[in-house]
Structure formats: C-alpha cells, structure tokens
Write a protein that binds this ligand. Sequence first.
Ligand SMILES: Cc1cc2nc3c(=O)[nH]c(=O)nc-3n(C[C@H](O)[C@H](O)[C@H](O)COP(=O)(O)O)c2cc1C
Length: 207
Amino acid sequence: METLECIRTRRSIRAYTDQQVEMEKIGNVLDAGRLAPSAGNLQAWKFILVTSDSSRKAIAEACMQQFWMEQAPIHIIICSEREKVERMYDKKEVLYSTQNCAVAAENMLLAAHDQGLGACLVCAIEEAAVRRLMKLPDSVVPEAIITLGYADEEPEPVPKYYIDNVTFIEKWGNRVTDMAEFLGYHSHKIPETIKQVKKAIKKKLKK
Ligand SMILES: Cc1cc2nc3c(=O)[nH]c(=O)nc-3n(C[C@H](O)[C@H](O)[C@H](O)COP(=O)(O)O)c2cc1C
C-alpha cells in the first residue's frame, strides 16, 4: 500500500476475528517499531509480545477494564527504558522516553494496516498492574499497548480537523483564507471521493 493511502485509511480497530496472525506479519510490525526514530538514536524501548489467553485477559483488565482487548489475538506492550534516557539526557528530558515509544507505536500501527491487519493503540494503562503482570524492572515503564489481529469491523472514519484548522503559516494564529489553494492541494481528495461514492452506490444497490 502506498504510504499516504496507509496513513489516510488506518482506523483504530476494537473488534477482531479468531483468525491467527501469521508470524511474518507480526515480525514486520515489530520491525517497524524497531526502525522508528528515537532521541539520540538511543532506541530505549523493549516490545513484549503477548499471545496467551490468560495474559491478554489480565492485560485487558489492567487497561481500565477495556474487555474488547481480550479478543485481539496479539498484544504488544511497548516499554520505555527510562534509565537509558535519563543517563544520556538528564532527568528533565524524561519525556523523550514516552515520545520515542509513541513514534514506534505509530510505525507499528501503519505496518499492521499495510499488511491487512487491524490494530489499536491503548494508553489507558494501570501501570502498577501491567508492571506486576509482565514482571517489569523498576526502570522500565509500560507506555502503550498495541492490540493486533484481523479486523471484525469496518469503522467509519472518526471526524478529524481539516488542515486549515490545525495549521498556521509562519506564526501562531496566522491563517490563509484558502489553504487548499495555498497548498495547491486538491488532487488527493479525488481517490477518497471516488471510494466514498462507490461505497454509497454499493449500499444503495444492496437495499
Ligand atoms: C495516546 C493515545 C492513547 C489512546 N488510548 C486508547 C485507549 O486506551 N483505548 C482505546 O480504545 N483507544 C485509545 N486510543 C485510540 C484513539 O481513541 C483513536 O486513535 C482516536 O479515537 C482516533 O481514531 P482513529 O485511530 O481511528 O483515527 C489512544 C490513542 C492515543 C494516541
């Protein structure tokens, strides 16, 4: 899949089929995380691959009882190695630990979608519980969990702000009157519009 298409069509998936995920695909997701940018190229992360039913059940419970997570055949726990970052950057830059993991997580989400898998990033984590379950050392923090599997839903895209809403030019608050014109940015909408029209026609024909 083309990169921009992958970014534009990814959705958070919270319902999964029983279908096993091929090891090669899981490997590609882990590899995408490993290759993410990181502050000072420290790569201060570890990924825990969790497949057992009992562990996934316990993890779902430890994520504020998000029981839908159990259904996903794979969980990947993204952990930061805080000590490494603190040693290099001093304690005030500890935020880098979390930022590194967030970047790795997005790479993984896109690698999943690119391979026809569904995934969701979960950060509502009861840290102490996950720490206990995964036997994490004190210096390691569970930053995020990725659920992975074959999607059993096709969610509509959630609303997102337009570029105009989230972009200023040169300084804070400075907007242009026509952002699409400014960016010469119309053609990207054509494939998406065609897809939406096709979907609408299909829906109508079904009825
Ligand atoms: C930092 C962060 C934390 C998130 N935590 C959760 C979570 O705990 N549970 C969940 O179901 N989704 C979680 N999500 C997924 C968001 O709900 C989702 O990305 C958002 O609603 C936009 O939908 P989309 O991913 O389909 O574009 C999280 C996303 C981010 C970036």
